[in-house]
Design a protein around this ligand. Sequence first.
Ligand code: GUN
Ligand code: ZN
Length: 449
Amino acid sequence: MTTTIFHAQVLDTPEDPFIGGELRAEECALAVCEGIITFRGPLAQARQMFPDAPVQHVPGLLLPGLVDTHVHFPQLRIIGGLGMPLLDWLEQCALPEEARMGEPAYAAAVAEEFLGGLIQAGTTTALVFGAHDAGATDTLFRAAQAHGYRMTAGLVVGDINLRPDLHTTPERARAEAAELIHRWHGHGKLRYAVTPRFALSSTPELLEACQDSLHEAPGVMMTSHVNENLAETEAVAELFPRSQGYSDVYSDFGLLSERAVLAHNVHAPVPELQRLAGTGAAVAHCPSSNSALGSALFPMRDHLQAGVPVALGSDVGGGTGLSLFKEGLQAYYHQQLRPDGLPLGPEHLLYLATTAGAQALDRPEVGHLSEGMAFDAIALEPEAHSPLAAILRHAPDASRALAAVFATGTSADISTVWMHGEPTPSRRPQPTSSGRTPSESTAFDDAVQ
Ligand code: GUN
Ligand code: ZN
């Protein structure tokens, strides 16, 4: 078993900043063996403990791998369909593309583009909406396995109010989910999530089938959409008149628990939020998508006051890209614009994009870079002549540097992505022991030691 020592300027958020946790910024060494961080501390001590281990000096900043709690695999190629509210966008943009997933070669190509895009964006863990087609969803799992990707995903199901070619039946939904669960759930880093598209495309019988799928194996998750758009919420209230609110529909069918993640929830009455908090389900906040589809500004204060866990989702292709830096910035904007908005600092944005996501997805092994955690990490090393590189060179402290990463950072600023200790091929050479040291690449080292 070989150990590698990574020496870097490490930024992470092991403690929740919404309840007093702070940004942890340290120049330190991480010893990694078999993908796990076995030591975190001073470089000299790491060298003493592991005298034979090679030392990699990571230039720039080392951050935990990012966690996307809501993203659609079949929508990668339709990012950028602007100018429509949700239901029009689904009909004109998203669902026609999803219908193409029945063609195996098409689905396989999109799966590669999708996983490549996630990894490039520094997203090392994701909860993914698969396709309505079981074969395409299987292809997604196979591609994720080949990349060693930490993914939870599921077959998307609906039996009304979609295009007829996307409709399933409760029996078929049950059978196809069972097969996918037995093939993929718990294999390596893969997990299954029961995925009714939304209540509006579900009969009660389909939601009952989803409940059965949830019990097919221990640890199966559930994900769906909720309270995204007013026309949608009104239609759901008509379709399920016996449920108290939109999220109650899922709860009434036994689908909500700590292992459920509902996306959006921008039109959530406070009493409904309080009931939702009682289920333990988390909400994936997808700010770019909420702006692009003109949905609404997210009531983050209400969620946190009610005790509903919140993390970030890109919601590609309603969202406008896979970068969670952009989602963090948009989350910040939205709270700036709401009269009751929560002031978010860079530590909140990093927490939402990492540790909060890991908790929502029940992946306690990732989210921050502490001893015992998996080494899923990203090196932020902007091109030397870019504005971000100049900002990082002159940043007075780690917090300002991190704020600039969220304000201006893109996938192009990430030089290396490690998944479970393995570096993924990147566009630029990986940092080596002869590379620049962390203290040569940022201005604020003294301030954060
Ligand atoms: N509601 C039902 N399906 C979708 C989808 O694909 N994207 C978004 N943003 N909302 C949905
Ligand atoms: Zn979505």
